[in-house]
Design a protein around this ligand. Structure first.
Ligand SMILES: [Zn+2]
Length: 358
């Protein structure tokens, strides 16, 4: 393609070219858009894609961004920049957009910075609004149908949360000194170790019993019931419909209002995060009461040089674990209910994270 001295293109923008007529902007699902994206991926050359407009475009012509476009220079035959019909320059841009110009009833690929300031800002705002809405819609369409299953999982975990709370409270109340000692130990690294005195009591050697597990049992205020309830509250108003169509209509009604849409998006995301907290903590809490952990605790607490002397025992009573802590005259005996084992923690369904524009 010949150029004059200013780099203005001599025939790309002056030759009459056929272009496709677009009264409305093409949808991103339109074959035209998909075809262009694929063509750019291969060639980096919008100017060789049929149907785009390359006549003159005024800088203040209103437009809508159909999708943003980044040109891969390494794909272009000369490694140059892409031409922009709005500037009328051939070697112009890397970052641009497929834009629809209603006054010209056409689509053009233009650079991102050559529009009139006000018109460009308005197109950007409209694009942000539209893509945010589309992404929220996609997310809600996959997330709302999962709410009923999530509510079911919450119900199934209610007994486990109740039992975890009972066990935690009993431990905190009846073995409070042990709990506080282990909490401090956890803060300073969480390893059960004793400096054992040897020979003349001047030398010591490190006795390591292993990691302190299930430290959720040691936190000052563990509230599994409240954590579960927090998820329940977030989900409560998004139970949607019982059929696919009802769900769809419900999502459409949610997304019609910007505030409701934003709320729904944020609350459903938060429900997943709160669930993650609940399930991670409950899983961890159960680790505190395993035979391995209790035996390590006992080895540490009953060592003659332990900084804090206590005993811990794990036994099975009618096939249920019973854990006993002793510190001086205090005894704390906890029988673990089967509900703890029956928690359903691995089946939480998740909406895929949505990204329309690659
Ligand atoms: Zn331009």
């Amino acid at each position: 393609m010949a150029r004059d001295r200013r780099g203005v293109c001599s025939n790309l923008f002056t030759d009459a070219r056929d272009h496709r007529r677009f009264v409305e902007p093409p949808l991103s699902s339109d074959g035209f858009v998909a075809g262009l994206v694929e063509h750019l991926r291969r060639t980096g050359q919008p100017e060789t894609f049929p149907g785009l407009y390359y006549g003159p475009i005024a800088r203040d012509a209103p437009f809508a961004i159909v999708r943003k476009i980044t040109i891969d220079r390494s794909k272009r035959p000369d490694g140059d920049l892409a031409p922009c019909p709005r500037c009328g320059r051939e070697d112009k841009f890397i970052e641009g957009a497929l834009a629809h110009f209603p006054s010209l009833q056409c689509c053009a690929v233009v650079g991102h910075c050559c529009a009139d300031k006000k018109i460009g800002a308005e197109a950007d705002r409209e694009y942000q609004r539209r893509t945010a809405r589309e992404q929220a819609e996609d997310f809600l369409l996959s997330a709302v149908p999962l709410v009923a299953r999530k509510q079911d999982i919450l119900c199934k975990n209610t007994p486990a949360a109740d039992e975890a709370l009972r066990v935690y409270r009993k431990f905190r109340k009846e073995a409070s000194k042990i709990q506080r000692h282990l909490r401090a130990l956890n803060r300073s690294g969480g390893v059960l170790r004793v400096a054992e005195r040897v020979r003349a009591q001047f030398e010591t050697r490190d006795m390591v019993f292993g990691p302190l597990e299930g430290t959720t049992a040691l936190i000052a205020k563990y509230s599994p019931v409240q954590e579960l309830e927090a998820v329940r509250i977030l989900l409560a108003e998004y139970a949607g419909g019982s059929t696919e169509e009802a769900t769809f209509n419900y999502v459409v009604s949610l997304t019609a209002d910007e505030n409701r849409r934003r709320d729904a998006h944020a609350r459903l995301r938060a429900a997943d995060q709160f669930w993650d907290k609940f399930s991670a903590r409950l899983r961890d809490f159960r680790q505190f009461w395993t035979r391995d952990n209790v035996e390590r605790l006992n080895a540490y607490g009953s060592h003659r040089d332990s900084p804090f002397s206590f005993q811990a025992a794990y036994e099975l009573v009618q096939r249920r674990p019973r854990i006993t802590f002793r510190h001086r005259q205090h005894e704390c005996r906890i029988l673990l209910g089967a509900e703890l084992d029956e928690a359903v923690l691995d089946e939480w369904p998740r909406a895929p994270s949505v990204a329309r524009q690659p």
